[in-house]
Ligand binder design. Structure first.
Ligand code: PMT
Length: 416
């Protein structure tokens, strides 16, 4: 972590070089900022030598303000640690003063601030100092309790700056706590928190004329169940849906489309920066080549009407083979015959990470409340999902997707 170490005017400043060493040993970057008082006890040169960075102390130094000025230092820091914090500096901080660089940095930061006071026992016990300490503590500044014992002034009592190793341990515990807290928040938010997921659902509708169309029996139940599960796992979900009679899922961005062409455009846009694309929609492979602008009339003298069809774009393959491919692309295969061969071939042909195969022979699956599946992955493994409500099936599909995400994270680590 990045630590700005403030050193103010207390005899305990002689321990600051050791503190810098201990913090660096613990893996932190340390930049030292001194008050004028601090420089009377230890030289900037010493602290520069142990920290590896120039030491700064002037608020109005043009050279310094153009480089790592007080605002930049306040931004750079993950923690502002002032050790020792003298009675004088504590009073300036409690008053909200910005008269020197160190107090200006404390005013200009949103980062945590920690003070290790160091002063004579009577100064520490003084009600003004205690009032200032209470005010800083109320402002969420972390105050380390000073140690007790023989003091440099010859007196014995409470007021000694904690030893560098104690301060380092306090800093370590503090960062650990922050990390645990952040981890806990992420856990609470779900394993897909921070991930953008795009899902297609339902049928597409390819118009023949203003009153007729070609479509299929997809109800959207499978795709909507996936969207709900993804949202509950913490993802930001965009659901690109063909016309269905289902309520829009809460907290999901629903993009309603009709034709495959419209779905293609919406998916392309939604997949910008996406982490996962799941194509659960039953997209018409063909559309009418010349959609009539007026209702086609029944013609006397002929029992046939021929419709010329033209191929629709393959949405899944376009995204999975495209330059902005999400980390994972998952396709479906709705098959009636040679089901496993067809699923394996789609896995390769469409360049996807997983194919969810459903056997739709005999009118199964389309519109039904339940489904059963085989999941085909690129490593050759096949995972069955027993017949269950589509919501349960969707949860099982996401178990496999979470495994694929952790696999891809491991691959990134191994390749870096
Ligand atoms: O909506 P329900 O009633 O709940 O039914 C669920 C379902 C049967 C629709 C669903 O489980 C399913 O199987 N969806 C995919 C149906 C399909 O179109 O399968 P396919 O084998 O024709 O296509 C393979 C994959 O390519 C699919 O992921 C499909 O979305 C995608 N595709 C296909 C054609 C195309 N032009 N663009 C595509 O993206």
């Amino acid at each position: 972590m990045n630590i700005v170490l403030g050193v103010s005017g207390s005899i305990a400043a002689y321990k600051s070089p050791d503190l810098v060493r201990r913090l660096r040993e613990a893996g932190h970057e340390v930049r030292v900022v001194m008050s004028r008082g601090g420089m009377s006890f230890v030289t900037p040169l010493t602290l520069q030598a142990v920290s590896g960075y120039p030491v700064v102390y002037d608020l109005l130094d043009p050279a310094h303000e153009a480089g790592m000025g007080h605002i930049e230092l306040a931004r750079w820091a993950d923690l502002i640690l002032i050790a020792p914090a003298s009675a004088n500096l504590i009073s300036r901080l409690a008053a909200g003063s910005a008269e020197d660089l160190l107090s200006a940095i404390v005013l200009a930061t949103e980062k945590p601030v920690m003070l290790a006071p160091g002063m004579n026992r009577l100064m520490w016990a003084n009600p003004f100092v205690q009032r200032n300490i209470a005010a800083l503590s109320d402002a969420n500044i972390d105050i380390l309790t000073p140690g007790s014992g023989a003091q440099a002034c010859g007196e014995v009592g409470l007021g000694r700056m904690p030893e560098p190793l104690e301060i380092r341990d306090h800093v370590t515990a503090f960062f650990q706590e922050l990390e645990n807290h952040a981890g806990k928040i992420d856990e609470d938010r779900g394993p897909l928190f921070g991930k953008k997921v795009v899902i297609t659902a339902g049928p597409t509708v390819e118009e023949i004329d203003p009153v007729r169309y070609i479509s299929n029996y997809s109800s959207g139940k499978m795709g909507y169940a996936l969207a709900n599960v993804a949202k509950n796992l913490g993802a930001e979900v965009q659901l690109v849906s063909g016309p269905v009679a289902l309520p829009s899922p809460a907290d999901v961005n629903l993009i309603a489309v009709k034709s495959a062409d419209e779905m293609m455009q919406a998916v392309k846009q939604a997949c910008n920066g996406a982490d996962l694309f799941i194509a659960a929609a039953a997209v018409a492979d063909y559309r009418v080549a010349d959609r009539a602008t007026e209702k086609i009339k029944k013609r006397d003298g002929s029992d046939e009407l021929l419709l010329k069809l033209t191929k629709n774009p393959d949405i899944l393959a376009t995204i999975a083979k495209g330059p902005a491919r999400p980390t994972l692309c998952v396709g479906f295969a709705a098959e009636t015959n040679d089901i496993e061969e067809n699923a394996k071939s789609k896995l390769q042909r469409k360049n996807v990470d997983m194919i969810c195969l459903n056997d739709v022979s005999g009118g199964k699956v389309f519109g039904a409340a339940d489904n059963e599946m085989l999941l085909f992955k690129r490593d050759g493994s096949i995972t069955p999902i027993a017949k269950a409500d589509k919501r349960i099936v969707a949860e099982k599909i996401f178990d496999a997707i979470l495994e694929l995400f952790s696999q891809s994270d491991r691959d990134i680590v191994n390749n870096s």
